[in-house]
Design a protein around this ligand. Structure first.
Ligand code: BG6
Length: 508
């Protein structure tokens, strides 16, 4: 990980299905630009965008050129952009039409020989999930997924990967009729975040944390992924998804597994993913009733964000006026293994909350009070270690210190490490590392089939509980707050409360 030699990607063609969509313009093309700027893309490289919109190569290039002005993460250097622009090609076609795939086959063969990409292709499915299986099946039928001794073929699948355990299994089966598991790269963009990757380095690259990283010293763990934004223009998608499906089996459980996993035997993809999957299997599977008690759902009402009024979820575009879809979820999970038995993991995520803040707060057991019995101190607080994932990336240790003065008082103080202060700011889309790894054939940060299914098994009891009873009276929290009161009650039952640590980093 400290090796500074650039690992240039091998010659290849990236085919993007859904090339006229949001992900392509906001993330994929800016990420490719950043990779080129870091000298990680090979000269023998090309991108073929596929979408229904009718365009030629020149129009596609012009369109991306315009979009880059808006979405590039830093100033555009004309020669870097020109390098990438002249490698962009476009194919207009319907994903349900065999002809599109016949044309794609011809086009890849032609560009492969023009650009000397050596038969290595990866197909990025930035499409609606309904297309995942049919596109892969059609790629298979024109033999674009066939690997050879000297060339590879890979498919990158965006989320959502299914909508429950059964649909995820079906999707895995459909993909595996055409592809071998080593060809499938199921993306979770949270794993592209530096601070998420840093959890492994923090835990396993330092000697002082791992000895206390267990039930003997840790009292509870809280994972928050709070968003200030509402559902924006994604009402249609969100009505089908809701906060649980949208965030938990993927992003939040990634944070859980990285926090809780055992040290892997190596940093090889399967070694890391084996340990992550073991944690998912160890998460208690409660009865439907108990799952209902350990999960809280909420939906935002009209309120204020940054002083501006915002509408209720049910008044958002493409949302049913009586929608029972949750925009907030809080959960209590228990991991049944030796390291974590009886240590609750509390998770919460929601739209239109009071702050944008993703963090993992580790709460340590309190020191014995015995020495302080005859002092003015009435209780000792627990120590905390907070991994700030975003927006301000860093780590805080909170501990008690004597407040100066003749009377013994303890105040909570924070020791902060800030990523940007130490390493500067390297603007990125979060997709650079993932695209680079896919081209290099490193699947560590991508999800394996069994991992995805294990994650859906974790949320299955909650889905069953919620399907078995009517939704609470929604809306039940005001936009701009920290969610419904029931989320506080969930922790209060265990004598806990949510840590409001988002404001301690950088003194904000
Ligand atoms: C996506 C969800 O996967 O992650 C969105 O579909 C959510 O609803 C987003 O807003 C959060 O990602 P980030 O990187 O903005 O924290």
């Amino acid at each position: 990980m400290t090796d500074d030699t650039p690992h240039i990607d091998p010659p290849c063609i990236m085919v993007i299905f859904g090339a006229a969509g949001d992900l392509t313009m906001r993330k994929l093309i800016p990420a490719l630009y950043n990779l080129k700027k870091s000298n990680l893309l090979p000269d023998d490289f090309a991108v073929i965008g596929v979408a229904r919109a009718v365009m030629n190569d020149a129009e596609f290039r012009k369109r991306l050129n315009d979009e880059m002005r808006e979405f590039a993460t830093n100033d555009i250097e004309p020669e870097v952009w020109q390098w990438l622009e002249e490698r962009l090609y476009y194919l207009s076609g319907d994903f349900n039409d065999d002809q599109t795939f016949a044309s794609l086959k011809e086009m890849t063969t032609r560009i492969d020989s023009e650009r000397n990409t050596q038969g290595n292709y990866f197909f990025y499915l930035a499409t609606a999930p309904d297309y995942f299986a049919p596109v892969v099946q059609r790629l298979g039928s024109v033999e674009l997924t066939h690997e050879g001794d000297n060339h590879w073929r890979r498919v990158v699948i965006e989320k959502p990967f299914g909508r429950d355990l059964e649909s995820a299994r079906k999707l895995n089966q459909a993909l595996k009729q055409v592809l071998d598991e080593h060809q499938i790269y199921r993306i979770d963009h949270y794993l592209g975040k530096e601070t998420v990757q840093n959890i492994l380095v923090f835990r396993f690259g330092n000697g002082i944390f791992e000895p206390i990283w267990n039930r003997t010293y840790i009292d509870s763990v809280q994972i928050t992924a709070a968003e200030k934004v509402g559902v924006e223009h994604r009402g249609g998608y969100y009505e089908e998804a809701g906060a649980l499906r949208d965030m938990v089996p993927n992003h939040l459980l990634q944070l859980v597994t990285l926090t809780a996993m055992e040290p892997p035997v190596s940093f090889k993809a399967d070694a890391v993913r084996d340990e992550q999957t073991k944690i998912l299997h160890a998460i208690q599977c409660p009865s439907t009733e108990e799952a209902g008690r350990r999960a809280v759902r909420g939906q935002y009402d009209a309120g204020e964000i940054d002083g501006q009024p915002v509408p209720a979820y049910h008044s958002e575009p493409n949302v049913a006026p009586n929608s029972a879809v949750e925009t907030f979820v809080a959960l209590k999970l228990l991991i049944d293994n030796w390291r974590w038995a009886d240590v609750p993991f509390y998770l919460r995520t929601g739209k239109h909350l009071a702050a944008r803040d993703t963090e993992i707060a580790i709460n340590f057991r309190r020191a014995p009070f015995v020495l302080f019995r005859d002092t003015p101190v009435d209780r000792l607080s627990s120590n905390q270690l907070v991994l700030h994932i975003q927006p301000d990336e860093g780590i805080t240790v909170r501990f008690g210190a004597k407040v100066p003065g003749p009377i013994l008082k303890i105040g909570a103080v924070d020791m902060n490490f800030d990523y940007e202060d130490y390493f500067g700011n390297t603007p990125s889309t979060g997709y650079e590392r993932l695209l680079h790894d896919c081209m290099m054939g490193d699947a560590t940060l991508f999800q394996r089939a069994d991992q995805v299914e294990a994650a859906w098994s974790v949320v299955a009891p909650i889905q069953a509980a919620w399907n078995s009873e009517p939704a609470p009276a929604f809306p039940n929290y005001k936009a701009g707050t920290w969610g419904p009161k029931e989320a506080d009650d969930l922790l209060a039952r265990d004598g806990e409360e949510w840590e409001q640590t988002h404001d301690i980093h950088k003194g904000k």
